[in-house]
Design a binder for this molecule. Sequence first.
Ligand code: ADP
Ligand code: MG
Length: 601
Amino acid sequence: MPIQILDENTINKIAAGEVIERPSSVVKELVENAIDAKATAITIEIKDGGITFIRVTDNGCGIDKSEIELAFLRHSTSKIRSVEDLVGVASLGFRGEALSSIASVAQVELITKTKRSLCGTRYVIEGGTGAELEEVGAPDGTTFIVRNLFYNTPVRRQFLKTPATEAGYTASLVEHLALSHPEISFRFINNNQNKLYTSGNGNIKDIIYHINGRDTAANLLEVSKSTQDITISGYIGKPVIGRGNRAYENYFINGRYIKSSIITRAIEEAYVGFTMVHKYPFTALHFNIKSELLDVNVHPAKLELRFSQNEFIYNFVRDSLRDVLAHRELVPGMSLDSARSEKTAAASDTSARQASGSKERTVRLAEPFEIKRQEYVRETSPEYGDAINQQTAGNEQTSLFAAGESGAYAAEPKIIGQVFNTYWLIEFEDRLFIMDQHAAHEKILYEKTMRMIDGQQPASQMIAPPVILTLSLREQEALRTNIKVFEALGFEIEEFGGNEYKVTGVPALLPDIDSRELLIEILDALADDKSMSKPELITQKAASMSCKAAVKGNMEMSAKEARHLAEELMKADNPYNCPHGRPTLISISKRELEKKFKRIV
Ligand code: ADP
Ligand code: MG
């Protein structure tokens, strides 16, 4: 065959092979165009899985009559002018290939009107060949109707799955689009049935409720973190609603539903220790990342994104989510249906909120086997009693709460014994708790240390003879600038002439650790690390020093000590996780045991 330049139509069909794979790809391109056109409401309608009929209607800016034919040409776009614009591109599309590709493999009808024009325009283009432009009455905005996809490329059509499967692809696409743009109202109609409607009020939680249902919406933790270059906002699921696959790991980068292995790994890493292996979290997160850190010019079929600072992004994402997870208040159940206790907690949440009559206020009712929070909640929220009364109707924990309410504790934890030299079995009310002695001790020390740093009286223990340290210039500088922090921790340090410093007091809480080693470790980190802010660094060190000071697993401990530990743990702000996020306690209810032993079904 002699060498020839391909005609425009053939080029478009080839391009369509890349961009348009199935009905959902058409929907994706059309909806992204609508979003780029600043629509606030978008309707997506499909029939027969979108194979015979797709309609996307928006109330965006419309296309000017003079530009309609141009819009269907390959590489025609209003979104960038030159390669330079690619850096920092804010719109979803910019390649200018979608309309030409779609029109080359389907029958397309367009009705559009801009605000400025008096009437709308209708344009029909089939297999890449356009008809005359017609004037029609139309509201502001744009409607695309795409009929009989791949009608002129039968081989491609054969590769489509059943209409039901294709409809499923579009449905999940629309869900992602709705989640990625909570400020836009989406309506999705499949075979004349309304399948999804979002109000566009900007509330992601509402959308999650619509898409994933009540249970998921009741088990969310809010995320809101930012640095100069990245903002993360949205929700992550409590570990209890973890899934068997990654399908619920939704996240959006600058408004796009894009996969990034870096972010996916960071999310999953954050859940390590909170969730079981082979469980994947639910997330609906929005990342806003400065465009200088992004490479968005990727292959159309491969939505992998590249960053210029992988490690920074990875760490920031993981740490942000860890933070949120670590502050959650729940004892992981080791249950048949671990969702049960979670649901109860969620229900209490709701009733407490209703009782307080305030949407913002979230009063958490105490979990069993926890003293301090009950007192705390009672003190700080007078409506607590009401909430309890409401939620304990028919609740198996009634007796516990009643005991809490009367101000006196009916029972105290019963220590059964230790297993594997590490774990303590504790019976309390209708639950069996298993406490990891190391994690529990670590947690208690950590919270005490943090309280000390937060300005309460430092507790110092004198050491004799004093420890003499020889410090480098950098270390000396780090010591001088942070001397207050060291003092708050309980260190007493004096200059001793030259490069030498004399340590006369060490943190009283942590008498068993090598404080010399710790001091050096903190100084090194301070002298070394410019990126980490000091409070964070100190917090981290506090965690690691509590860890070092804590009794190890595999160490003998008397029942009396274990009881003391359990009671101390209950006074912690967040008793359920050690500073590294591992659980301190797990529990199983009597009922769950009875189920396991098939005493009840
Ligand atoms: P791209 O989105 O990459 O620019 P497309 O082929 O998807 O390329 O669209 C071509 C052009 O048509 C867009 O740049 C835009 O100007 C216009 N356009 C497409 N859809 C719409 C719409 N729903 N509302 C307004 N303008 C649109
Ligand atoms: Mg586009």
